[in-house]
Design a protein around this ligand. Structure first.
Ligand code: UDP
Length: 328
């Protein structure tokens, strides 16, 4: 049986103007919770939260999470903190390595320190990137993390998020702070921008504009895509689960698709005449870039903790993203 806490009613979302954070804000507001968002708009955008502003239970602050006096006040007013503020997207990570490490580690340090002072629960967003080059799919939360060398910028992201996980779990073990670490797998849906290199919005925009759909490598690499609404519902449910405290939990879908199949699917669903073009990795990213051939979550733990896992198939998700871009 799932043990549920009394439902928290006041949430703080760091990175709440981002793609996942803004969907989480909308979900919590729908549940009748009060939601405060802090975001520096580095990759987030006001357009993600403009529609929430009219809601009486919603508030937002545009600032860096590392503004400690400000964050302390926001933490004070919250019952649960969803820490989503981070440098995201492979392109950004390769292009801005210093910012990636400083943001990911620095923000988490401040959030955990202040939450610990007040004994507030923290849901820390981590990433499937931490499994690195492990090829032993599906990935279980206690599997080894297999990182590449420090000379390859991509691994800075995985390592910075692994440090976040270590720090959160250390606060839990050593200081009793209630934390839940969630490893998010490829999360997609309406509202996601292709600006930071994410594949589905990129393919949809290419297909709708008649540009070539750019498949990196030979397209045989695969991913499991989950729909953002289902992902944020899982985060909200995990925040209420007493059994999830102190745990690392994969959040994603186990339905796998190759990137070439994804390109073909998007082209077909969009009724597009775009060519599908193979782009060598060296051209797409920096020299020596390493991509993961497969990334599949084991979602047994999520199922046990909250009684459900993301279900929506990639065709339905792609249709909703195509609709979103058509309407813009
Ligand atoms: N990808 C691609 N074309 C693009 C963008 C991404 O083929 O225009 C590939 C990328 O190399 C990776 C997969 O799609 O194999 C997923 O990329 P994304 O950046 O969305 O997420 P990742 O799984 O790398 O974090």
């Amino acid at each position: 049986m799932n043990q549920l806490n009394p439902r928290p009613t006041k949430a703080l979302i760091t990175g709440g103007a981002g793609f996942i954070g803004s969907h989480l804000a909308a979900h919590l507001l729908e549940q009748g919770q009060e939601v405060q968002v802090i975001d520096d708009l580095s990759t987030g955008s006001m357009s993600n939260i403009n529609h929430l502003k009219a809601h009486a239970g919603f508030g937002y602050t545009i600032a860096d999470v590392r503004d400690e006096p400000l964050l302390a006040e926001l933490v004070d007013g919250a019952e649960v903190i969803y820490h989503l503020a981070a440098a995201v997207g492979v392109r950004l990570i390769v292009e801005s390595p210093v910012k990636t490490i400083e943001t990911n580690v620095g923000c988490t340090e401040v959030v955990l320190k202040l939450a610990n002072k007040k004994g507030k629960k923290v849901v820390v967003a981590s990433t499937s990137e931490v499994y690195g080059k492990n090829e032993d799919v599906p990935f279980k939360e206690d599997h080894d993390l297999v990182m590449g060398p420090t000379i390859k910028a991509r691994w800075a992201y995985a390592c910075s998020k692994a440090i976040d996980e270590f720090l959160a779990l250390a606060y839990h073990r050593a200081r009793g702070l209630p934390v839940v670490v969630v490893r998010l797998f490829n999360t997609v849906g309406p509202g996601q921008t292709g600006r930071y290199g994410m594949v589905l919005p990129t393919f949809v925009q290419q297909a709708l504009s008649g540009q070539a759909i750019t498949v990196f490598g030979d397209g045989s690499q695969s991913r499991c895509f989950s729909e953002v609404g289902e992902v944020v519902a899982a985060l909200a449910a995990l925040a209420q689960s007493q059994a999830a405290v102190g745990q690392v939990v994969n959040v994603g879908s186990s339905q796998e698709i190759s990137i070439m199949e994804l390109a073909q699917l998007v082209k077909e669903l969009a009724g597009s005449k775009s060519d599908i073009r193979l782009v060598p990795y060296e051209q797409a990213y920096a020299e020596g870039f390493e991509d993961m051939p497969r990334r599949v979550p084991d979602v047994t733990k999520l199922q046990e903790l909250v009684g459900t896992v993301p279900q929506m198939g990639i065709a339905d998700i792609a249709k909703s993203v195509i609709r979103y871009y058509r309407e813009r």
